[in-house]
Structure formats: structure tokens, C-alpha cells
Design a protein around this ligand. Structure first.
Ligand code: DGT
Ligand code: CA
Ligand code: CA
Ligand code: ZN
Length: 593
């Protein structure tokens, strides 16, 4: 099989890494990395280009040396220069570099000085203190690496929802195009419940020609393996490695099928007990009267739940915890949805580490239908992320105030200001006072012990100008574990000081996570759903944040940025903590479970 662009890009990425490990020139290393990025973005196949005898050096970032390696790889399946590099360097050193927080140089040091060649070995060395002994490592950094490895292991072979959902959507779109007889097609399982990670993608559908749908799935180009191929059920594995289970159902019994395969297993177990107590038994085909043996079918979920004396329960709440009790009393909350959001308060432009100019971010926020937005580029902090100096922030504020007259949306001046290791803000209060919105975030010294980190967060919240704490725990799904802190103490301080907490919708973060947001809501803390967009196309990632809020049982009135503009402005213009009254006014009673 011909090499794909992805494989070639990966080869050059590895090439760059190996050269970096060897200590080669930055120029050469960057050249390979740049070529890898370019190749990833190409819309045409390199293998085809080579076969057509096209001149690859016409591609930007591809010079003679790289062009020759592409041709060599495509015609022989390997690149000798690469194989030679791999032979020269210790075995397994590339695998070590996959550990978040371990760069090429560190991987070399671990491999050469500790003789370790596996991720497991690094975890052991981190635990027994050997890792900390390496030059420029130290105890804290070694602990950090151990936490990265743990996060990675915890993810196991589950896929973050931010990756799984687009795959499912793509598959459903193509199936619907190819099979016009499809009547209904839905994601079920953990995906429909918006879990943060997905074991496998489950789909169910109805069609007058169900077999055609299964055949179409089996033949998708992205499918690399067909595990089961029956008339009604088919399981495949796609390129990314995730499994897709598709079931085709009878339209008359679709409701029971949808309900059963949506889960969760705990919800279904509780529901089964609940039904049993009414003399009914449930399965994926319907509801059976235990005494008479009579089976009832349901075309939709509403009628299925109604037969059990329950309102329809939104999938995000189907955890098996409290939703049946609340449903029985007809007390389920009217949950927030994306259309309730009136603004995004965490957006980056190319003034710091964003991709796009301010104008495009403003236009994108306008296109979302927002009444207000805050531009929150980074503070200078440690000099990473191209943070703004005091002078540049002043300049940006002036620019935004001038720009305002061209737009209907309210452009709020903000900053994502680092919370320093001490809990002090990265900008002086005189500067923060000039801003409309301050998102305060931890970006460094993440390995502090629990007491230090808790005090640091609380100190930040005590700052009168801090509006919101951004991505409180700093976790990255599968890459970085949350920092250690006392959740209850921090939440209490958020409420006491009138500091809002962010639900960061970026799917690699989802921070606060659902259970934390649930507790925060119970405590009456204003929650903000922000996208933390670094690109104009990232604002619709809000749906992942909305899902977290829904899984936390949040109603619109629990989310600060559902406030209409005038009330939101009133909120931020009222000093902390009195501003809470603006937020509290809409919240009639909290849901306590
Ligand atoms: P995942 O795939 O690990 O992210 O989680 P789910 O919830 O998607 O689980 P999955 O794919 O094994 O099954 C999809 C749904 O089907 C699940 O939520 C409930 C239902 N289900 C599957 N197998 C069983 C079972 O053995 N017992 C019960 N009660 N329900 C099941
Ligand atoms: Ca599943
Ligand atoms: Ca499944
Ligand atoms: Zn940010």
C-alpha cells in the first residue's frame, strides 16, 4: 500500500526529533518539522504526485533533500537516513518522547543515563527517585512527569469526546449521503450522554434497507477492520483505532432500542428495578408485562419513559444517580443549552498565542449570535505564549475601545492573567482595574503541594479584579493530571469572594469537569462556559462546555454568561462580592440531590 501523507509527516516529525536528540542544528530540525506540518495540510496525495513525476520542491517547505526522502519513502517504503539515525540512537528513545513533559533532550538523558527504554520504566524511576537525580530535573519535575504518565494511563484506550464526536458525525454524514433510505440515525452510548471520554462509538438507525447501511459502513475508506458483519449489527475499527458499533432497528421498536443502547448501564439497571416494581420488565425490544407476557413496543423514547410513569430524561443525566428520583417527582431541571449563551469571555487573538487577528475573533463571536465577548490574551507571565506587556495591553485596550463603534457586539477588554506561584497576579491591580474581565489562570508551578496550591488559588480569588478563574485544575485529558488542591475550600472561597469559575469547553480540558461543576452549582458559584478559543473556528466548541454544564444539572440561571448584556455589565460593574446579588436574583432555589 502506498504511503499516506500522514505517514510521511510522521516520519519527518520523528526525523526532527531524532536529530534534536543527536544535537543537530536547529535549522535542520526545524526544516523537517516544517515539512511535516506542510504535508499534514496538503489536500493532494504525495504518493500520487510522485507517481505522476511531479516536482515536489514546488510545495512550500519542501526542498531538494526532503523531496528526495519523500520519493525514497514512497518507492522503497523506507528512508535510509532515518533508519541510520534510529540505529545510532538508543532503542525506545522515541517512545519516551511521547510522554507529555518529556522533550527529545530529556528522553536522551533518561535513556543514556538511566538506561530506561519504556514508559513503564520512566514511571518506576519517577517513583523511586532516580528520575529526580537527572541534571536539570529535580523532585518536582519528576513528580510532574509521573502525573503525566498517570493521566495517559488513565485514558487507557478511551478516546476524548473532542476526537470521537467529529468522527461519529463524519461517519453519519457519509452514511446518510450514501444511503438515502436511512430514516433515523443517532449516536447512542457514552457519546449521546456526552461522557468526556468514549470507549467505542455506538450508532443506531432505521432504514427500509438496513443491510445497505451496514455494507456502506464496512466500505468506508476510513475503516481499517471489520469485526462483525451481520444483517442488523456491524462493528468496525476506523483509522484512529476507535471502534464503531452500528445497529439497525425496527422503526416500531426504535424507542426501546434507543433507550437501551444509550445507557448508562447504571441508569438502565435502576430503570429495570423501577419497572420490575410495577410488574414490568424492560429490554431493548420493549416493555413486557411480567404476568401476562404481553410485549409493548415504542417508536420513540418519550413514550417508553411515559409508560413507566416518567418524563423523558435527557441522556446527559442518565448516570443512575438521582435522575429517576427527580423524574418521578417531575422535578428534572430545564437544562442550559447553547442557544442560552450570550457571550464568550475567554478568547485569544494573534496578539498573544491565538491564530487570528482580533477582527476575525469579533466576527466569529458575532456569528455565534453573542451580545458580548471578552478578548483575553495572555499576560506576559513566564514569557511563554507571547503574553502582552503592560504597554501592549494598554495599546490593545485603546484599539478595542476604538473598534467598538464598528460593531454591535460589546467587545469587553480582558486578559487571561497568570496566577503566579505565589498567588499574586501577573499584572498590578492598577492595570487589572482598567479591564472589564479578568480571567485568572494557573499556567506554571503546577506541581505545588495541595496546601500551597489551595492558598494560591484562594489568594487569586481574593483579588478584587479577578472576574473568573480559568481552567481551575489545569488538567489535560490523557496528558496532564489535575493539580492538587482542596476542592471544597476553593469552591467556598469562590462563593465567598464572588469569583466565577470557568467551565473551559476546550475538549482537551473540560475543566471544571462535570462533577466539580455539579458541586459548584450546588454552592451557588457563578459558572461561565468559555471556549478559550485560539482560532476563529473554535468558538463552536462551546457545545462541549455546554455538555459539561448539563451533566452538572445546570440551568440557564446557573450559568453567568447566559445573562443578557445589561445584566452582565451590571454584574461585572458591581464590586465583589456584592455582584453575586445580580447572579442570585435569577436563581430561585438550587437543585439539591
Ligand atoms: P463506552 O463505550 O465505554 O464509552 O460506554 P458505553 O456506555 O457507550 O457502553 P457500551 O458501548 O459498552 O454500550 C452501549 C450501551 O449499551 C450502554 O451504555 C448500555 C447498553 N449495554 C450494552 N451492554 C450492556 C449490558 O451488558 N448490560 C446493560 N444493562 N446494558 C448494556
Ligand atoms: Ca460505547
Ligand atoms: Ca459499544
Ligand atoms: Zn486561554
Amino acid at each position: 500500500m502506498a504511503a499516506s501523507n500522514e505517514q510521511i509527516a510522521e516520519l519527518f516529525d520523528n526525523m526532527g526529533t531524532l536529530l534534536e536528540m543527536k544535537g543537530d542544528t536547529v535549522f535542520k530540525i526545524r526544516a523537517y518539522q516544517r515539512a511535516a506540518r506542510t504535508i499534514e495540510q496538503l489536500s493532494t496525495s504525495l504518493a500520487q504526485a510522485v507517481n505522476n513525476g511531479e516536482d515536489l520542491t514546488k510545495i512550500p517547505g519542501v526542498g531538494k533533500a526532503i523531496s528526495e526522502k519523500i520519493t525514497e519513502y514512497i518507492s522503497t517504503g523506507q528512508v535510509l537516513a532515518y533508519e541510520k539515525l534510529v540505529d545510532e540512537l538508543p532503542t525506545g528513545v522515541l517512545a519516551l518522547k511521547e510522554i507529555p513533559g518529556v522533550g527529545p533532550k530529556m528522553a536522551m538523558a533518561i535513556s543514556q543515563q538511566l538506561g530506561i527504554s519504556t514508559v513503564e520504566g520512566v514511571a518506576e524511576a519517577a517513583a523511586d527517585g532516580r528520575l529526580a537525580q537527572l541534571p536539570r530535573m529535580g523532585k518536582r519535575a519528576a513528580e510532574g512527569i509521573l502525573r503525566h504518565i498517570n493521566a495517559f494511563k488513565e485514558l487507557g484506550n478511551r478516546t476524548p469526546i473532542g476526537e470521537a464526536l467529529p468522527i461519529a458525525e463524519q461517519v453519519m454524514k457519509v452514511l446518510c449521503e450514501q444511503c438515502p433510505e436511512i430514516d433515523q440515525l443517532f449516536p447512542v452510548g457514552s457519546l449521546r450522554r456526552w461522557e468526556e471520554t468514549i470507549g467505542d462509538i455506538d450508532l443506531i438507525g432505521t432504514s427500509t434497507n438496513p443491510e445497505a447501511v451496514g455494507n456502506a459502513l464496512a466500505e468506508l475508506p476510513m475503516v481499517k477492520d471489520v469485526l462483525v458483519h451481520g444483517p442488523k449489527k456491524i462493528s468496525v475499527v476506523v483509522e484512529s483505532g476507535i471502534q464503531i458499533d452500528l445497529r439497525m432497528a425496527e422503526p416500531d421498536a426504535f424507542g426501546a432500542m434507543l433507550q437501551y443502547f444509550t445507557g448508562s448501564q447504571q441508569h438502565n439497571i435502576r430503570l429495570r428495578d423501577f419497572a420490575n416494581r410495577q410488574g414490568l420488565s424492560i429490554n431493548e425490544y420493549g416493555i413486557t408485562n411480567i404476568e401476562s407476557g404481553e410485549v409493548e413496543e415504542f417508536a420513540d423514547e418519550e413514550s417508553f419513559y411515559a409508560r413507566l410513569g416518567l418524563p423523558w430524561i435527557t441522556p446527559e443525566l442518565r448516570t443512575g444517580l438521582h435522575e429517576l428520583d427527580f423524574g418521578l417527582e417531575n422535578n428534572l431541571p430545564d437544562l442550559v443549552n447553547a442557544t442560552h449563551l450570550k457571550g464568550d469571555l475567554h478568547l485569544h487573538s494573534d496578539w498573544s498565542d491565538g491564530n487570528d487577528p482580533i477582527e476575525l475573533m469579533v466576527e466569529s463571536a458575532t456569528a455565534q449570535g453573542y451580545e458580548y465577548m471578552a478578548l483575553t490574551d495572555h499576560s506576559q507571565g513566564l514569557g511563554v505564549a507571547n503574553g502582552l506587556t503592560l504597554e501592549r495591553l494598554e495599546e490593545q485596550i485603546k484599539l478595542l475601545r476604538d473598534m467598538q463603534e464598528k460593531y454591535d457586539i460589546s467587545i469587553l477588554c480582558g486578559s487571561e492573567c497568570d496566577i503566579r506561584a505565589t498567588g499574586d497576579m501577573d499584572f498590578p491591580n492598577e492595570m487589572l482595574a482598567k479591564l472589564d474581565v479578568v480571567v485568572a489562570s494557573v499556567h506554571n508551578a503546577m506541581n505545588q503541594d495541595q496546601a500551597t496550591m489551595t492558598a494560591r488559588m484562594i489568594k487569586a480569588m481574593e483579588n478584587p479584579y479577578v472576574t473568573i478563574i480559568g481552567h481551575l485544575t489545569t488538567r489535560l485529558l490523557g496528558q496532564r493530571e489535575p493539580v492538587e488542591f482542596d476542592l471544597e475550600a476553593v469552591l467556598q472561597a469562590a462563593r465567598d469572594t464572588g469569583t466565577a469559575l470557568e467551565i473551559n469547553a476546550s475538549p482537551e480540558r473540560l475543566d471544571l469537569r462535570d462533577t466539580h461543576a455539579y458541586r459548584a452549582r450546588e454552592m451557588g458559584i457563578p459558572l461561565v462556559i468559555n471556549t478559550d478559543s485560539h482560532h476563529r473556528n473554535h468558538l463552536d466548541k462551546r457545545r462541549f462546555g455546554v455538555a459539561v454544564a448539563r451533566r452538572a444539572w445546570c440551568r440557564p440561571e446557573d450559568i453567568l454568561n447566559t445573562l443578557p448584556k445589561d445584566l452582565f455589565l451590571q454584574y461585572i460593574r458591581t464590586p465583589k462580592p456584592n455582584r453575586l446579588s445580580v447572579f442570585d436574583e435569577r436563581r430561585v432555589g438550587t437543585i439539591r440531590a
